[in-house]
Ligand binder design. Sequence first.
Ligand SMILES: [Zn+2]
Length: 128
Amino acid sequence: MDSALFIGSIGLIVIGLILYIIESANVIKVSDLQIPTDRFVSLVFKWCEANIGNSPKHYKIKVFQSVDKKMAGQYICERNQIDIYFFEELPLIELVDSCIHEYTHHLQFSDTDTESEYYKWDKGFVIG
Ligand SMILES: [Zn+2]
């Protein structure tokens, strides 16, 4: 490999690393929130109701601090309950994504046909 190509390759790697560092420093995380996380989560669900669609079926939201950082959210059909899990370093965009995901399950299960079809095939009451 000639030296110009070698120096060019190293330069690209360094630029890539710098861009990676700048980008990860700019990610807004749960720890950056200026309001309590459960308050933020309830505002996200208000946004969902106003922008994705609403259903007369009532649902409960429970917000938990995740210990193993593996679980993002789940919908418990039996109780019409949405569980949302977070940890301090979780990017806010991922928290919002989980809320929208679980809200979609709530809407799916607000439709009686979908609900009965689901129970025909699956006896479980929890959806990820
Ligand atoms: Zn799901």
